[in-house]
Write a protein that binds this ligand. Sequence first.
Ligand code: PMP
Length: 325
Amino acid sequence: MHTATDTLSLIGHTPLVRLKGPSEATGCDIFGKCEFANPGASVKDRAALFIVEDAEARGMLQPGGTIVEGTAGNTGIGLALVANAKGYRTIIVMPDTQSKEKMDTLRALGAELVTVPAAPYSSPCHFVHQSRRIAEETPGAIWANQFDNIANRRAHIVGTAEEIWTQMDGRIDGFTCAAGTGGTIAGVGLGLKEKDEAITIALSDPHGAALYEYYANGELKSEGSSVAEGIGQGRITGNLEGAPIDTQFRVSDAEGLEWVDRLLAEEGLCLGLSSGINVAGAVRLARHLGPGKRVATILCDTGFRYLSTLYNPAWRQSKGLAARS
Ligand code: PMP
């Protein structure tokens, strides 16, 4: 054991755990990268740190400056903790559809929180556009711009992918996850392909997102909807440009939720729905690759962030989702 020199050095270096149920269901070894073990309890701490340090290196962020971002919540939490550790202010713009736990956490971290009604990306009221305008109007502020700022995916090329490769002793056949900004899938995909071109990179896309159709048929088209927070993209973001996607699966909320419930009941892992969708995707990828293969995915954040939603029977019922068995 050793001591860490500061909070920021705790970001990344997360454990990789073999998921027993998914492995047994497929005759493969399926591993989950425990991103809930980051200090902000999600995968987005990595992007937050890289985005802030990139802005510092470019001289865009001065001591006492402000970081502004539009986020479903986890990036905001990551940015707020990095900002606190480095002496910056944060202003977070978030759609009011996100979980109460994320909003409470952001306020607790001292971020200035602006909640806005959900609006389509084409509307000037969309939270991403509102955050850009606030950044432009605030002296000494930067706009983190996680969707198009490729410092985001760099965190996964040099961090997540490298760690997965080392933790699996270079024996990995496939990787899959869903996309929000696309930083994780693109960065891990690029990083792993650098190690071994033969590793299959699969996108697990929720309903309501347009990427499944894009990678399958070249057309950005969506159908249905999902209640999963943090994933579901309708465009090719800067981070998704050149992402090495070999195959794709469309994963329903019901399929993801089944794994969320099983992983908690059978393995004691309390996860959010994007993690469940990733695990369901990993099961599909394992079946696609065949028995004996080794597949990795991302356990994006902690289920404790969704006690009022996913783990609340009344909320589930209101969304037409199955109750826990
Ligand atoms: N799951 C959750 C819970 C998230 O908050 C995010 C980030 N938006 C993702 C998955 C997707 O990660 P990325 O932005 O790297 O695509």
